[in-house]
Design a protein around this ligand. Structure first.
Ligand code: PMV
Length: 332
């Protein structure tokens, strides 16, 4: 059996504006993960998907219609087999599960697709580069999100903090000083496709106003990248608050997010904002390590359905992943 995993993610700065070509920053969240396992099945069985969390089990061919709950998974499988040059349906059993909550801005769809691509590619003996995985997962993101920027698949496939501009090679973010986040869940599922579609309609109605808001959010993302590189944590917190104010002007916050953000600030967070599409899902608070637990407690007190505390740091040194990623980028 071959098992592969992929983490969740948070968008640190720049959501929504990133769909319109402005830069955004995101980081993996390893406390939540999607898992995919592949094993050989008896001859003639074809490819069967078992999604125990959803109590669903299907032959992949039966799930290839858009109204099937396993459509995104089945499509990911087909795209991956095509990329690996595998025609037809090999005799395989694919099991998937995930602790990334769905519809909460933590990248559940991209995490599951990444785990599936990795597991299939490894099992069939053709491991793929991070960029190839990201490109395949992007196709699944189109199913989930309609017009995704591509940031979710990039940060999850590379498993590194990233500075991302749509259509450009990713840049691994340099984090001068590691920092801590408390991630608070409103408990409200909010489909990204709907919120992104709504912002698009408003942008079409008032393009000048929305272009200006996107420009300002993009400028914050650039400042945040520089603040991160030089370890200016206090500045990073101010930028988060400024980003949140602009997200409120985009009308993608909601009372539950506002309540958690306020609770985090009152408990001593350096800054806080919603993360992901908004109108539900999660928020992030920038916290000092020694303050993380009291901010987490304040979030729970303010009715957060779940709180994750995570550290964001630079890629592992070692001649490691970062070097591999830059090699992959220059190869492409
Ligand atoms: O998948 P979510 O909820 O984290 O949202 C993605 C962020 C957006 O900028 C709103 C959409 C996108 O495709 O970048």
């Amino acid at each position: 059996m071959t098992t592969a995993r992929a983490p969740g993610k948070v968008i640190l700065f720049g959501e929504h504006a990133v769909v319109y070509g402005r830069p955004a920053l995101a980081a993996p969240v390893t406390q939540v993960r999607a898992t995919a396992s592949v094993e050989d099945a008896p001859t003639g069985r074809g490819l069967c998907i078992d999604a125990a969390d959803l109590c669903l089990r299907r032959q992949v061919q039966q799930a290839l219609t858009p109204d099937d709950p396993l459509y995104a998974i089945a499509t990911t499988v087909r795209h991956t087999l095509d990329a690996l040059g595998v025609a037809g349906w090999p005799d395989l059993a694919l099991s998937v599960s995930s602790s990334v909550p769905m519809g909460r801005g933590l990248g559940s769809g991209a995490a599951l697709a990444t785990a599936i691509v990795r597991a299939l590619a490894q099992h069939l003996g053709h491991p793929l580069q991070a960029q190839e995985i990201s490109d395949l997962v992007y196709q699944t993101e189109v199913i989930h999100h309609g017009t995704p920027s591509g940031i979710d698949n990039a940060v999850i496939a590379f498993e590194q903090p990233v500075y991302f501009v749509k259509g450009q090679p990713i840049q691994v973010l340099q984090v001068g000083r590691p920092f801590w986040l408390a991630i608070g869940d409103t408990g409200i599922a909010s489909p990204t496709r709907d919120v992104v579609g709504d912002v698009r309609r408003r942008w079409q109605q008032e393009p000048a106003k929305y272009e200006d808001l996107f420009d300002r959010i993009g400028a914050i993302a650039v400042s945040a990248r520089d603040a991160l590189a030089s370890g200016q944590i206090a500045k990073l917190g101010r930028l988060m608050d400024e980003n949140q104010a602009l997200l409120e002007r985009l009308d993608v916050s909601c009372p539950e997010l506002d309540g958690l953000i306020q609770a985090a600030r009152q408990a001593g967070a350096t800054g806080a904002k919603l993360c992901g599409a908004g109108r539900g899902g999660n928020m992030i608070a920038l916290v000092a390590e020694e303050n993380a637990e009291s901010v987490a407690a304040a979030l729970r007190q303010a009715s957060a359905a779940n709180v994750i505390v995570t550290e964001v740091k630079s890629p592992r040194p070692l001649r490691s992943r970062q070097q591999r990623i830059s090699n992959e980028r220059s190869d492409s």
